[in-house]
Design a protein around this ligand. Structure first.
Ligand code: ZN
Length: 237
């Protein structure tokens, strides 16, 4: 079985700083996403699964339609597998309702006045992200225990919580520890493990914004160091 631990906004430099040994794996590096005008989640995952730069097509639908975008399996590298399962991935099997709610709360946070009102939004926003994380984690490990030749699970907690709390080192350390523990647990359950992020994150005061490269690591030897995100899928077999 090939497993892909897909993590939104996993920051290469924080993986190093927090010494997340299981996320780091033997082979690792940053991805090159410089061909894209901005590091956008939906654009990057769409480009990863189709092996093509999908920026124009994804943005053509406008902001609302962008998040509903779903590529047919025939246009993705998943079609090479007999019995693939892909959990909650943007552009493919994304739970649009859950993620729309977290984007709504984020917007509400930034628009809230006075400042005290913001703090009332922070905890439901974080709680929502952790609850969804637990649900996806359960589904992912269930799939890893079944008879699939390919399992991908997409985890958004580092991005969602990071946007409001990236300056909170203790909270980010806790999230990276959780992700590192998941990576450790996956390892015994598959032959090949790829860990991939769409982009990383950089601090903007107490908040976080997307950084201009992604993260990858593998427990098997690959021929690249700083691959384009469109080059990675075809190597998985
Ligand atoms: Zn984000």
């Amino acid at each position: 079985m090939i497993a892909v631990f897909a993590i939104d906004a996993l920051e290469y430099e924080l993986v190093e700083e927090f010494k997340c040994e299981n996320l780091r794996q033997k082979f690792r590096g940053k991805t090159d996403i410089s061909e894209f005008s901005q590091p956008r989640t939906m654009v990057l995952w769409s480009s990863f699964i189709t092996g093509k730069n999908k920026e124009k097509e994804v943005l053509a639908g406008g902001n609302k339609e962008m998040w509903d975008k779903k590529w047919p399996i025939g246009e993705t590298f998943f079609s090479r597998f007999k019995n693939p399962v892909v959990i909650d991935l943007p552009g493919y099997s994304y739970d649009t309702k859950v993620h729309a709610e977290s984007r709504r709360l984020l917007k509400e946070f930034f628009e809230a006045r006075p400042e005290e009102e913001k703090e009332k939004i922070r905890s439901p926003y974080n709680r929502d992200a952790f609850e969804h994380h637990r649900k996806i984690k359960e589904e992912f490990f269930r799939a890893l225990g079944q008879d699939h030749d390919f399992v991908l699970g997409y985890f958004s907690v580092a991005d969602v919580v990071g946007h409001l709390n990236f300056g909170n080192k203790a909270m980010m350390r806790m999230i990276y520890k959780e992700l590192d523990e998941i990576a450790a647990e996956i390892k015994g359950k598959c032959e090949k493990l790829l860990i991939l992020s769409d982009h990383g994150m950089q601090a903007v005061g107490q908040f976080g914004d997307h950084s201009n490269y992604g993260f990858w690591s593998a427990n098997f030897e690959v021929s690249f160091k700083n691959p384009k995100i469109t080059e990675i899928g075809r190597l998985l077999k």
